[in-house]
Ligand binder design. Structure first.
Ligand SMILES: NC(=O)c1ccc[n+]([C@@H]2O[C@H](COP(=O)([O-])OP(=O)(O)OC[C@H]3O[C@@H](n4cnc5c(N)ncnc54)[C@H](O)[C@@H]3O)[C@@H](O)[C@H]2O)c1
Length: 251
């Protein structure tokens, strides 16, 4: 059966890979993003809304639009996140902290609220958050990102407990470093902060995992499909790492 799937920040990166994967299953896909140009390039059959995930009013307008068009929602993927500043805690800028927590954590709450409101009338649905291995370990020089992604885990577990009795499951995916333009930016910033070459940082990321390689967006999309499927019917309240098992976060 064709599900109604909303993915925030779906115009590129992991969100786009997840949207593509759901669409390939025959699901109806709705993406949001702040990048109007990228939204315009998405497949014609996808619904799309230009919307900042950290903007309360915009997320409420999105909720009304989905309700009007679809009448409810089966799957919500709260995917929007930004990498935030790379800086030592002693240099942390308050505005940059707020912006990072605003998208990664507050944005996840606004998305979950939207999902709950659209799913509760039917008494079924799946909410999947994008956390990170930074939500399972500390991440030196990226305190706001790590703190926000740990916050997402607490949000997810609480939502799972609230909504489980009402037929709605909630989990989080914790990707490790995912190959793509975003991780290139993260690596460049970390290399500059640590006085290393980008190649050395990238190699360190891979060597700190059991599988000795970075993941791809499709690895994350496969987990999103699984969590939204009936095969995951007894899985809720879980933080699922998709990272080749990170055992050294600062090699
Ligand atoms: N890429 C990685 O290595 C990695 C690792 C772990 C976790 N994650 C998490 O996965 C999610 C997706 O990451 P990604 O690498 O695809 O991101 P990305 O940086 O490639 O951005 C994807 C999209 O998000 C959009 N976006 C940015 N801010 C937004 C906002 N406020 N509202 C709506 N859209 C916004 C961008 O315009 C872009 O189209 C994030 O939550 C991220 O923290 C990523």
């Amino acid at each position: 059966m064709s599900r109604r799937v909303l993915i925030t920040a779906g115009a590129s990166g992991i969100g786009y890979a997840m949207a593509t994967a759901f669409a390939a299953e025959g699901d109806r896909v709705w993406i949001t993003d702040v990048d109007a140009g990228a939204l315009a390039e998405a497949p014609a059959e996808w619904q799309r809304t230009e919307c900042n995930s950290a903007d309360d009013a915009a997320m409420q307008a999105l909720e009304q639009a989905v309700l009007a068009e679809w009448g409810g929602l089966d799957v919500l993927v709260a995917n929007a996140g930004i990498k935030g500043p790379t800086a030592g805690i002693e240099e942390m800028d308050r505005a940059e902290w707020d912006a990072c927590v605003g998208v990664n954590l507050t944005g996840a709450m606004l998305a979950a609220r939207l999902g709950a409101r659209l799913m509760l009338p039917a008494g079924s649905g799946v909410i999947t958050f994008l956390s990170s291995t930074s939500g399972l370990h500390g991440t030196p020089f990226r305190t706001p990102y790590s703190a926000a992604k740990w916050g997402v885990i607490g949000l997810m577990k609480s939502v799972a407990m609230e909504l489980g009795p009402k037929g709605i499951r909630a989990n989080a995916i914790c990707p490790g470093s995912v190959n793509g333009p975003r991780i290139d930016r993260v690596i460049e910033a970390e290399a500059a902060a640590k006085g290393m070459t980008p190649d050395a940082v990238r190699e360190g990321y891979a060597s700190g995992t059991a599988l000795k390689r970075l993941s791809g967006a499709s690895d994350v999309a496969d987990m999103a499909l699984f969590l939204a499927s009936d095969r995951a019917r007894m899985i809720t309240g879980q933080a699922m790492a998709v990272d080749g098992y990170t055992y050294n976060v600062d090699p």
